[in-house]
Design a protein around this ligand. Sequence first.
Ligand code: PEP
Ligand code: MN
Length: 349
Amino acid sequence: MILPKSNRLSAEQVAELTEIVGEFGCRLQPIIGAMRTIYAILGDERDVLMINRIEGLDYIDRVDRIQSPFKLMDRRSDLASHHIKIGGVTVSEELFVIAGQCTIDPKNPGYFYETAEMVKEAGGHVIRGGVWKPRTNPYSFQGDVKSLDILMEASRRTGLPVDAEVMDEDQLKMALDAGVHMLQIGARNALNYSLLRSIGAAIAETETVVLLKRGLHMGPINEFIAAAEYIVSFGNPNILLCPRGTKPGLDGYRNHPDESITPLLKEKSWAPVVVDPSHSVGRATYVPACAMAAIAYGADGLCMEAHVEPSKGIGDDPKQALNPESLSRIIRQGRELWNLTRGATTAIA
Ligand code: PEP
Ligand code: MN
């Protein structure tokens, strides 16, 4: 829908608009109101070049798109009936839980194996473990490829699938060759379109699941969903959207908690939402409330950092990781809240 700056356009201006939309196979339909005339674009109005050409005209205020910019991620797409199955569950049918260490310590693999057992005992479905780490400080521990073997060994020991972040194509190949079941795209890479494309292409013919974190500075909801569309457009629709807090942080929290965008994401997209409360608030003591808020907002799952002995962890773990008691309490209470809220929705509907 084209909204001009003035109430009526001249014949020359209408002719110019007609010509532009015509170049893109569309037609112009004036909608004449008592005070103002606006113009519908008949045809596929999603071409960004067409919209930019129209918005570049000095007599045009803006173009509002009615069609969704996402062909596949839109909740009205055929993919809306797609179910993601991993770790013995169908995501969205029960509270889905990813948990484990921020960072695997290659010098102390025992901690990771114990953490993995703890996640399983607490009722988690996927074990997370950072192999390669995006660190703000170039001198901090950057991860170690040796941790990939530790991650896969934890999967064998527990029988649970594993999740790890990849930041480039080499890591992507190594992770897939090793059999990593879930690939995490971190907040720093959520807008790295060439990486998104590489991941989409590499997993197109597989069952691999992608956990796409929300970018640190992502603004509009559409930007997040469009990043997911990059991956899904290659053919594998196993994608989870993961709000994890944005910058600038709320004073006292590591980031600005954003679990409240869950219903907004769900209004636009069918993709399950798995909230990461750990990176959102950044301290283990604040994680339980954030996790419950996420479930109350309708999240399908949680991705939480947890460690069998947080003070012995590396990376974010000493500060953020849940200890065994907190993890199992959150999962237990989270399931109760899930049943309460999902039950309430059914009763009202
Ligand atoms: C992580 O999961 O440990 C991590 C670095 O996440 P994010 O990309 O959300 O910062
Ligand atoms: Mn972390």
